[in-house]
Design a protein around this ligand. Structure first.
Ligand SMILES: [Zn+2]
Length: 265
């Protein structure tokens, strides 16, 4: 009997070592390695958000990029992907959560990069025909998967300022969805007392967009969740412009994401 108990105990200890202690030690060791200079060059050239961070924050950004890349699979579907693509995916995930160091998208297991835009059946083809979806968070049998069009991701990080970023858009949906509902209210980021002021701000901006042409992508009018994802793209890609054109909205986004990207400009 004693032998059986000792055997069970040793087996359990071995399983704990193999599945928990060893992987976390390997991870820890890998995170201690210096950030590859080639990665730094890519980030400097492509990711404006990173380019304008202070030296200390750059180091933090790099560490978290490595951690993301260690935890998630990034796979090309009918397309060969490069280190640049992987870094752009990780940057898209990290930028909106940079003020929240302990969250690393636990539900996301894999990010698939497609050779182009696709349709609702995840079909892309070489006919030259443009499909209308650039990115998507999978549901049902695709739960845990994010799909992005590789050329559109690359165009989002071309080193210039614009208001569109398919990577940030999809990862903001995931942050929004973390409380169980993709409703434009990312409750993991903010206090309940802020829900009503935020809903009021969304309503106000949507009414303005309906009455007169706006520089906010009209796709934001689809629903509150798309509104959040669309204005977050604008917020992180061109904070100065959003602040000057929509100061109230800008102020609310600073509160939601707990960061003021205009300071990095
Ligand atoms: Zn969307």
């Amino acid at each position: 009997m004693t032998y059986v108990l000792v055997f069970i105990f040793l087996t359990a200890m071995y399983a704990l070592y193999r599945n928990v202690i060893k992987p976390s030690r390997i991870r820890h060791e890998q995170l201690k390695k210096p950030f590859p200079p080639a990665y730094r060059t890519i980030l400097e050239k492509r990711v404006r958000y990173y380019e304008h961070l202070s030296e200390d924050r750059k180091k933090e950004f790099e560490k978290r990029i490595l951690y993301f890349l260690m935890e998630k699979n990034i796979t090309g579907v009918d397309t060969k992907i490069s280190d640049t693509d992987k870094l752009l995916v990780a940057s898209s995930a990290l930028i909106p959560l940079f003020a929240f160091p302990y969250y690393n998208y636990p539900r996301v297991k894999e990010i698939l990069l497609y050779p182009g835009s696709f349709d609702e059946n995840f079909q892309t083809d070489n006919s030259g025909q443009e499909h209308n979806i650039l990115g998507m968070v999978g549901n049902r049998f695709m739960t845990g998967t994010v799909i992005l069009s590789r050329p559109d991701l690359e165009a989002s990080f071309d080193g210039r300022r614009h208001k569109n970023n398919v990577g940030i858009h999809e990862f903001v949906h995931l942050i929004d969805d973390a409380d169980g509902e993709t409703d434009g209210i990312p409750e993991i980021l903010f206090q309940h007392s802020f829900v009503f002021p935020w809903l009021k701000e969304i309503k106000k901006e949507m009414e303005k967009m309906e009455k007169a042409p706006s520089d906010i992508n009209p796709y934001a009018l689809t629903n509150n969740a798309e509104f959040l994802a669309v204005v977050a793209e604008y917020f992180f890609d061109n904070p100065e412009k959003l602040k000057s054109h929509h100061p109230g909205l800008y102020k609310d986004l600073v509160k939601i994401f707990s960061q003021n990207p205009e300071e990095y400009v």
